[in-house]
Design a protein around this ligand. Sequence first.
Ligand code: 13P
Ligand code: SF4
Length: 300
Amino acid sequence: METVREKIARLKKEKNAIILAHNYTTAEVQDIADYVGDSLGLSIEASKTDADVIVFCGVTFMGESAKILSPGKTVLMPVPDALCDMASICSAESLAQCKAKHPGYTVVGYVNTTGETKTQMDVCCTSGNALKVVSSLGSDKVLFVPDRNLGAFIAERIPEKEMVLWDGCCPIHDSITREQILELKGMYPGSISMAHPECRKEVLDEVDFIGSTEAMLNECKKSDNSEFIVITEVGMKHRMEKECPGKIFHFPESAVCDSMKKITLELVASCLEDMTGEIVLDDDVIRDAYLPVKRMTEIR
Ligand code: 13P
Ligand code: SF4
């Protein structure tokens, strides 16, 4: 009897498929993926693969970005309704209205948005390159959407730019408090602390390092320290433990992104077998979102 892992391996060969997984997916999903990474790394990987089929283990905006970058490929989501709460708060229509109120502003949009919303942006960014993207702009006036915490993090570091911020956030990162990080620091003295820039300023002000999921992993890898407090979604712990043997990681247990946890090996196997959960975007969405997303993958 074929195991689910064997079935996935067979189907991957038969369909010339690649499996991409975000750092927040479960350990079992990460372990069968061809590539595990942050939003930027996953987009870059999707843009350069020779596979015909991309199985995207992540939330829908990630699959949509892969489709925008590789419109000729079939992009399948094992859980088609794995939504990012942040991506749902900034529609293309409301962004168009906001742009009309801010003529002359360059629109920088976080990748955690729908494909349709991306059609309204000048350039897209991830938490991994947001500072570089905003710094690289010729314009001094920036409308940044939709994460107010990431926007404030950038504005503080590039004060010469006038930044207008959309009032959105990731409910998971935004609900982590200063008290939680102080409590973890009290429990694990000597740890190096780090946080994702989707966290509030009151949290970011308390940590030693701020970066995307991949940047935090790299920081742990190169550090001589053996203990770390990591303020982001708990799925990240698996890769950190796997790639930093002997090191210890402490996470806020409340930080769980339910959409990422819905993806199972059985769902990966069945979407590949039946070719279901395909990302379908209008041609004009792909055409208009391509440039902002492509620019994002080129600024590292
Ligand atoms: P990264 O780009 O750092 O992987 O973050 C994506 C995300 O959704 C964070 O909540
Ligand atoms: Fe979206 Fe937050 Fe989940 Fe990241 S952790 S995918 S921002 S809901």
